[in-house]
Structure formats: C-alpha cells, structure tokens
Design a protein around this ligand. Structure first.
Ligand code: A2P
Length: 286
C-alpha cells in the first residue's frame, strides 16, 4: 500500500513508471482562459499530474499553462487520450502527434484509449482497439508515451485487447466514486495490475448534497470533497478532481491530515446510485 502523505506521493504503474496519486481533472473545463487559469492554479497549488483528452478541446490551453508554470517537465505527469474518431493504426499515430503538438510536449506520460466501443465502429471495435493499441505500443517504445492504457473499458473489452497486446495497459480510467464503485471492473484491473484511475471522483459535483457525506465531513472537520477524495485514495484509486475555482482546487489537495475509519469507508461504499452511474460503453451514442 502506497503511503498517503502528500499530493506528490506516487503509485508505481505496472511498467515501473511513477504516477502522482492525485491528478487534476480538466473534463468540462472550457478551452481558453478558464482552462489556462485553472491548470496554472493547480500547478501553483502543488498538483504535478494533469489529466486532459483530445475530446476535451483544451489541450492547447493546458499546454500553455504547463509551459508558463515554470515547473520542470520531468516533475510533471501529463495524460491525454485518443478520441473515438481516431481509432485504428494510422489514425492513432496521427492523433497522438496532434495532441503532442497542441500540448507543446515531446512526450506524454500516459496515453489512453478514451472509449472501447465508439458508436460508429460498433461492428469492429475489437479490431480497431487492437490496431490502435499496436500504434500505442510503438509510441511507448519510441518514448512518446511513458505509459499506455485505456479508459471506460470493462472486462470484455480488456479481455479482447489482451488477446493481441504485447504491453498490458498500465491504467484503466473509469467513472469511479461512491455512487458507482464499479466493483467488477476494479477487481479485473487489480487482478491484472492495472491502476484504477477515478474520473468524476466527486460525481461531477452531484455528491455534495448527500446528508451522510455532510455528517461525515462535519465529524472529521473536513469538506465533503475532501472526505470523498480521501475515500478514493484509501481504496487505492487515483482520483482526478476537476475544478475551475482556485479555492476548491486548493481545498482538494488537503487530504493528508486525516484517515477515514473502516466503518466510515463502508458507509461511503454503501451510497450506490446517489450521484449517477457509469455509462455502459457498449451503449453510448458517440
Ligand atoms: P467547479 O469546477 O465550478 O469548481 P468531478 O471532479 O467529479 O468531475 O466534479 C467536478 C465538479 O465538482 C465541478 O462541478 C466542480 O465545480 C465541483 N467541485 C470541485 N471541487 C469542489 C469542491 N471542493 N467543493 C465544491 N464543488 C467542487
């Protein structure tokens, strides 16, 4: 078990790459000044792990904030993701090159397949994932990505990928919070030494009104966000909280001066469905 003492503590991925245990999320952060300011605020607050995606449309602003922050590249962990329209061998190579250009980086620390089964490719998703993965394995060998992984994959998608993969995904980034603990996917990840990253760790903001969480937060003299992020860490997940407000960005780093009891962890585990559920990746319309 990784020590949970500070924001820059790391998990070791299955290829030995170290990854800071909390990442700054940028999904739904508008491109331009808002993305720029919030990433800069995050880096100032001590985050060293930034999560974006081609589909978020904010890679350029994220990259600009990284460049202007003065933080050394080797001290940063940057993730981006392959969008659905770019599945396939050649398209994946091109998409990564485009993301790197937008980010202004020579390499990303982690490159993920964003969704396993895009709607327009539903009849040949296995083949396309295998082809994308081959391109990603080459990018990994060429050091354009220090680690490669997937997002929103369930067991059947991972089983399919592992039939031809030479590199086991290092990460599976999924919708993961007290409202949907995705036990089956998490168990699969764990069995294959794949780190479970948690997007929407605060249920995209829907967990704040839950009375049980408010009571717990009061008892620990912490905020609901801090309790829920701590819950994520104590499960060994890697939460990616998103905010565009400097005070919340900072608040979400203050997770290391308390520990949830086993009983309180179980209470939070039992909140299934209070703030939405993960999308079924085989049923998406994109
Ligand atoms: P905002 O970006 O306006 O600060 P998730 O990380 O699960 O996607 O949740 C993000 C949502 O939760 C956003 O709407 C964000 O709003 C809000 N949020 C993030 N941190 C906090 C916090 N500490 N307190 C209240 N709301 C927060």
């Amino acid at each position: 078990m990784t020590a949970l003492t500070k924001l820059t503590d790391t998990y070791a991925l299955n290829n030995g790459t170290k990854i800071p245990i909390v990442g700054f999320g940028t999904w739904q952060t508008p491109d331009g000044q808002v993305a720029y300011d919030s990433v800069l605020a995050a880096l100032k607050a001590g985050y060293r792990h930034i999560d974006t995606a081609a589909a978020y449309g904010n890679e350029e602003s994220v990259g600009k904030a990284i460049a202007d922050s003065g933080v050394a590249r080797e001290d940063l962990f940057v993730t981006t993701k392959l969008w659905n329209a770019d599945h396939g061998y050649e398209a994946t190579k091109k998409a990564l090159a485009t993301s790197l250009t937008k980010l202004g980086l020579d390499y990303v620390d982690l490159y993920l397949i964003h969704w396993p089964n895009p709607a327009p490719m539903r009849d040949h998703w296995e083949q396309l994932n295998a082809e994308s993965w081959r391109a990603m394995e080459e990018a990994y060998a060429d050091r354009k990505a220090r680690a490669i992984g997937v997002s929103n994959f369930r067991a059947k998608h991972l089983d399919a990928l592992l039939k031809t993969a030479k590199v086991v995904p290092a990460v599976n980034q999924i919708f993961l919070n007290p409202s949907d603990t995705q036990d089956e996917v998490v168990a699969y990840n764990r069995a294959h030494d794949i780190l479970s990253e948690a997007y929407s760790p605060l249920g995209t903001g829907k967990i704040f009104g839950i009375p049980e969480l408010k009571q717990l937060a009061d008892r620990y003299h912490k905020t609901v966000a801090q309790v829920v992020l701590r819950w994520s860490l104590q499960h060994g997940f890697l939460p990616l909280p998103k905010s565009v407000h400097a005070d919340r960005i900072e608040q979400n780093t203050d997770l290391f001066d308390f520990e949830l009891s086993t009983a309180d962890m179980q209470t939070i585990d039992g909140l299934h469905g209070v703030a939405g559920l993960a999308k079924d990746p085989d049923q998406t319309d994109f």
